[in-house]
Design a binder for this molecule. Structure first.
Ligand code: ADP
Ligand code: ASP
Ligand code: MG
Length: 464
């Protein structure tokens, strides 16, 4: 079996969907299992419109619903000639649109938009998309079947970023899909969405369809998992922002996970987890250039061109620091900081190196920084009053820039080369990551400096 996941752009318009059909046909003898995302932009529209519904901006909600309906209707009308098939698809799509309309109406009436409601609303993107993909494949003579992943992938109820129950899901996925594939049927499974034990819709995190691809691929013991996207593979930097970014032919699972954690959007960081366990190679491929071999992600890549492989960045972060001479030698300060932040559900993304013992600083998402700072001022109110701690300081927006690659710490010149390039670009490094793994060097800069920093570091490694 070959599991192929198609991303938003790859299923985002008529020519791309025609390419999907051609690709599935080409690999039909490999017994494909398809996982797909919502059409590009649709999940954002669904979520933004929820806010409009909450604000009771009925006109805007209605316009968005009409736009979504027309977008999908256009695909059905253009790509499905068979009258009955087209009518059946349009009927199903209209039912989904009606359900969605009711949900928005509920949000407006109740003036309540919980993470649970957001997941229910977001789920329509993948449902509309995968139903039409199944119909388009059928139209071209392929025996395809739509599969709602909520019937086979079970999660907890952490809406928006739910965790997979692998024991249940692996069995359910395999039981549902293997017999279909044996019969020559191509399952088309919705990415991103799942459900709780009680059947409540969940989502597994933004850009989570890659992860669904790997969950499904591992459960059915695929030979390989292919992630079809809009670039030739994993590149040395984000090609949208960095001139001279190059495709990497092979990288390791660990590198892929680290790069994506530090901002390489091309693959979701959790995608590697199910694949590693079963040693299933992942390949990133381009629907706009399908003959390109792409990037192979595996346990032991053959070619190791250079220790530093990609330069990535994450924006919209804040750095919080706690300072005070009285902190020197006082045990338990770090413990109190991180316990307080955990209670306030503020995710600490990186702990940065303290310049001395009287300063602890760490990086959090910008949206959480004021909650984080308030929580810490409360936690340390007595210490602040006694002047043991001077203050809790927030700096925003900042970005993390990371250089990622296996064997970085072993090759001594890399940190020097990195920081030399940063200095030459006249960028101030605010903090350096503490306890970085062997795989990365990461540091914090002011957000307006991030792009030129990435370009400068990339040039230092890759410009001839
Ligand atoms: P999909 O909709 O197929 O899931 P995404 O937009 O999520 O696609 O991911 C692909 C995008 O990731 C590319 O268009 C590219 O701009 C971006 N990207 C960021 N970093 C990298 C990188 N290191 N290599 C390749 N692409 C990257
Ligand atoms: N449609 C979802 C999102 O936009 C999942 C995905 O595309 O991977 O986040
Ligand atoms: Mg993606």
């Amino acid at each position: 079996m070959l599991t192929m996941k198609f991303g938003g752009t790859s299923v985002g318009d008529v020519p791309r969907l025609q390419e999907v059909v051609a690709i599935v046909k080409q690999f039909l003898d490999k017994q494909p299992v398809i996982v797909a995302s919502a059409m590009s932009g649709v999940t954002n529209i669904l979520l933004d419109t929820s806010q409009r519904a909450l604000e009771r901006k009925t006109g805007e909600v209605n316009n968005a619903i009409t736009a979504l309906r027309d977008k999908h209707l256009h695909i059905a009308n253009t790509l499905i000639q068979d009258y009955q098939r087209r009518a059946a698809l349009i009927k199903e799509q209209q039912e989904s649109i009606d359900e969605l309309t009711n949900l928005y109406h509920g949000v407006s009436l109740l003036r309540e938009l919980s993470p649970r409601s957001l997941d229910a609303i977001a789920s329509f993107g993948e449902i509309l998309s995968c139903r039409q993909i199944a119909a388009i494949l059928q139209e071209s003579g392929i025996d395809a079947q739509f599969i709602d992943s909520r019937t086979i992938i079970r999660t907890d109820d952490n809406f928006g970023e739910a965790s997979i129950d692998f024991i249940y899901s692996n069995a359910a996925i395999n039981n549902a899909l293997a017999p279909l594939v044996q019969k020559g049927i191509v399952p088309v499974v919705t990415g991103f969405i799942a459900s709780t034990e009680d059947g409540i819709t969940t989502t597994i995190g933004r850009s989570g369809s890659d992860y669904t691809g790997s969950i499904v691929g591992a459960a059915v013991n695929s030979e390989e998992i292919w992630i079809w996207t809009d670039v030739d593979g994993v590149m040395t930097a984000d090609p949208r922002f960095v001139k001279g970014a190059k495709v990497l032919s092979e990288i390791s699972y660990r590198e892929a996970a680290e790069m994506s954690y530090f901002g390489a959007k091309v693959i979701h960081p959790k995608t590697m987890v199910p694949a590693i366990e079963k040693k299933i190679p992942i390949r990133i491929k381009n629907t706009f250039n399908p003959t390109h071999p792409g990037t192979l992600i595996s346990a032991k890549p053959k070619s190791v061109a250079s220790a530093a492989k990609t330069v990535t960045s994450i924006d919209n972060l804040a750095i919080i620091s706690i300072e005070g001479n009285g902190m020197i030698g006082v045990p338990g300060v770090s413990g109190r900081i991180f316990s307080a932040l955990a209670r306030a559900q503020v995710n600490v993304m990186m702990i940065s190196q303290a310049s001395s013992e009287h300063n602890v600083c760490f990086i959090v998402p910008q949206k959480d920084c004021h909650t984080g700072a308030k929580t810490l001022r409360e936690e340390f109110s007595v210490d602040i009053a006694k002047k043991i701690i001077d203050d809790v300081l927030v700096k925003e927006p900042v970005s993390i820039v990371a250089v990622v690659g296996e064997g970085m710490i072993g090759s001594k010149g890399i940190a020097g080369k990195t920081f030399d390039a940063v200095a030459k670009a006249d960028v101030n490094v605010i903090a350096i990551a503490q306890g970085s793994s062997e795989l990365n060097i990461s540091f914090v800069v002011e957000q307006p400096d991030a792009k030129k920093t990435v370009q400068a570091v990339h040039d230092a490694f890759y410009k001839n």
